[in-house]
Design a protein around this ligand. Structure first.
Ligand code: GDP
Ligand code: CA
Length: 325
């Protein structure tokens, strides 16, 4: 079975670990969000691709959820000692090794897909990890800023999230460069040829949002013969972690399991979803989601360990079989 997953960082990586445990024989392609990518001190950093790579490769920091295990922070301490900016991004020493290799490959003229393939080879990943695009796309958020003449300021999503801890009021989200981007090689084919398309519990606005916004991707998902099943990243009206509750209202979406389902939409009404899983504490949202033509089930959706994620993956595969047309 060929499964294609549109993935952000931590939520996606943890779900993928469960999916691999549950469907070890599946051929899994992961289309990774690159809207979070940024350049720091000349280093090209791809936070979401790296979170998936480290987690599935067994090299991640399990407690933090991002970055390398057994990390040290000497380089960042030196940057801070120079009072250099930016110094707010968590650049670990081991992690820097990855960014050095990626940057060198890109400087040699390789594409991000090629660099990603070269990096993932080391980790012997049980999936194929493909960036959504090889071209530069940056997620920016527009925040309220009384010091600006028009009362607004636009900043890189990473600066908003890591530096400002998502504390600035967001009025808009913007994918810079998206119109002129194009899907990386293999992206559209992985969608069209999949037996199953999954939206893991990733941030709908800044993880899944940019992938779907790459020209051609949303249409490819809409046209795909495979069922599309997703899992809610919102549990009991709040994100399990992260800042989705700050971003969903900015794009007019209710911070709830049903709100996110309606945002993606049901296939019957021109949307993406055939099926949607919600946490058991959101079970009362199931009838409303089903009224929108989306098959919905409620079950525990907290990825406390790989076994819990595998149980979620099992339910996802079962629902996909039910809705398969
Ligand atoms: P990021 O790029 O590292 O922020 O990762 P993702 O976009 O892939 O995942 C972030 C989303 O995952 C957030 O909206 C979280 O609410 C969600 N999330 C994280 N852990 C869990 C979990 O255990 N269960 C569910 N249902 N969602 C989760
Ligand atoms: Ca991310």
């Amino acid at each position: 079975m060929r499964i294609t997953v549109l993935a952000g960082g931590i939520g996606a990586a943890r779900f993928l670990r469960g999916l691999i445990a549950q469907a070890p024989e599946a051929e899994i392609t992961v289309i990774g969000n690159t809207g979070d990518d940024l350049t720091l001190y000349g280093l090209r950093v791809s936070p979401d691709l790296d979170t998936v790579m480290y987690t599935l490769g067994g090299g991640n920091d399990e407690a933090k959820g991002w970055g390398r295990a057994d990390e040290s922070w000497n380089a960042l301490a030196e940057i801070q000692a120079y009072d250099a900016t930016p110094s707010w991004f968590g650049l670990g020493d081991r992690d820097i090794g990855t960014h050095l290799v990626r940057t060198a490959l890109l400087d040699e003229g390789r594409t991000l897909s090629e660099a990603t393939a070269a990096l993932t080879a080391r980790w012997d990943l049980p999936v194929r990890l493909v960036p959504m695009t090889d071209l530069r796309v940056e997620t920016h958020v527009v925040v309220e800023d009384p010091d600006q003449p028009d009362g607004r300021r636009r900043l890189h999503f990473q600066e908003y999230w890591v530096r400002h801890h998502a504390e600035l009021p967001v009025v808009d989200v913007w994918f810079d460069g998206i119109e002129t981007s194009e899907p990386a090689p293999g992206v559209l084919d992985a969608i069209a040829s999949a037996d199953l398309l999954l939206l893991p519990p990733s941030n709908p606005v800044v993880s899944i949002g940019p992938i779907l916004a790459v020209p051609g991707v949303r249409d490819a998902v809409l046209a795909a013969p495979a069922p599309v099943v997703g899992l809610s990243p919102i549990v009991g009206g709040a994100p399990v972690r992260g800042m989705a509750d700050k971003l969903l209202p900015a794009i007019g979406v209710d911070t709830s399991a049903a709100g996110v389902a309606m945002h993606f939409g049901g296939r019957r009404s021109g949307g993406l979803l055939d099926g949607w899983l919600v946490d058991e504490r959101d079970a009362d949202a199931v009838p409303r989601i089903e009224q929108a033509g989306i098959a919905a089930r409620a079950l525990p959706l907290l990825m406390t360990d790989v076994a819990a994620a595998a149980a979620m993956a099992r339910a996802t595969l079962d629902l996909a079989e039910e809705v398969r047309r």
